[in-house]
Design a protein around this ligand. Structure first.
Ligand SMILES: C[S@@+](CC[C@H](N)C(=O)[O-])C[C@H]1O[C@@H](n2cnc3c(N)ncnc32)[C@H](O)[C@@H]1O
Length: 250
């Protein structure tokens, strides 16, 4: 995992981009048919990080988290979220402990994603959800002067030990775990001016992930092209993010 301050900021951006879509998936697919006033389903957030997704979904779910990183667990507790330290490959819970077991932006960082999803399915009573896994090999940076970013990000992520193609692997991983997935991608849409607003933060994240991949000279040249594209309104940064949902067979 890339360390430091930038990680939590990036997680907050991801929640801002996808939060409404996650709530929509939950209410229209997963919780469909649940009667108003019924008890909230129990849920486990695997690789919960500092608890931003738990915070978002806690109006719908009685959720707790598990993460390998004690600092992440402390950050959850500081947000008044319940969380424990544990490995996704060996979850410290009995079979069928939660109605829903979900993760987001976790699988690209683990060595054996099939083992993790199998373990999620073991502790889930009803639903297994991978709410978001990006696919950097399907990324589009435009105009052509900035497209070198796409390749550099793939190399940077591989260097950090991540799988940049995790998004497209999700349906196959679910099938290997005997889960029948409903899978899809989130369609990105930027309101006018959104790229301009996001450009500085996006550039910071690109530099963070591609240090040592793009040399200093190359980066200065690229930043000029980037700023020009922002000023001209031509900049496009599209990164497909996949999801997969599965209701366990009873
Ligand atoms: C990119 S963060 C995502 C955090 C959160 N799911 C979100 O979307 O905001 C990935 C998290 O997975 C955790 N993680 C990575 N490998 C793990 C493993 N094998 N078991 C449990 N947690 C793990 C990291 O410590 C980190 O907090």
């Amino acid at each position: 995992m890339p360390p430091g301050r930038i990680v939590e900021e990036q997680l907050a951006r991801q929640r801002r981009w996808l939060g409404d879509s996650w709530k929509w998936l939950l209410s229209t697919v997963v919780l469909e048919g649940t009667t108003a006033g019924a008890e909230r389903p129990t849920a486990l957030d695997v690789g919960c990080g500092p608890g931003l997704v738990m915070e978002l979904l806690s109006p719908y779910l009685d959720v707790q988290g598990v993460d390998i990183d004690p600092e992440a667990v402390n950050a959850c507790r500081a947000r008044h979220q319940e969380a424990v330290v544990g490995r996704a490959e060996e979850l410290p819970f009995e079979d069928g402990s939660f109605d829903i077991v979900y993760c987001s932006y976790l699988l690209l960082w683990v060595d054996d994603a099939v083992a993790v999803v199998r373990e999620m399915a073991r502790v889930a009573r009803t639903w297994v959800l991978c709410l978001a896994e990006p696919d950097y090999c399907g990324r589009i940076s435009y105009p052509p002067e900035v497209s070198v970013i796409d390749d550099a990000l793939v190399k940077g992520l591989r260097r950090l030990g991540a799988d940049p193609k995790m998004g497209r692997r999700l349906p196959g991983i679910f099938s290997q775990c005997s889960l029948v997935p409903t899978a899809g991608t989130f369609a990105g849409m930027w309101a006018a001016g959104r790229m301009r607003e996001e450009a500085d933060r996006e550039w910071e994240e690109i530099v963070h992930l591609t240090t040592d991949i793009l040399g200093r000279e190359r980066r200065i040249e690229l930043k000029r092209a980037w700023d020009r594209a922002v000023a001209e309104g031509t900049l496009v940064q599209y990164n497909p993010v996949f999801y997969a949902l599965s209701k366990k067979e009873r």
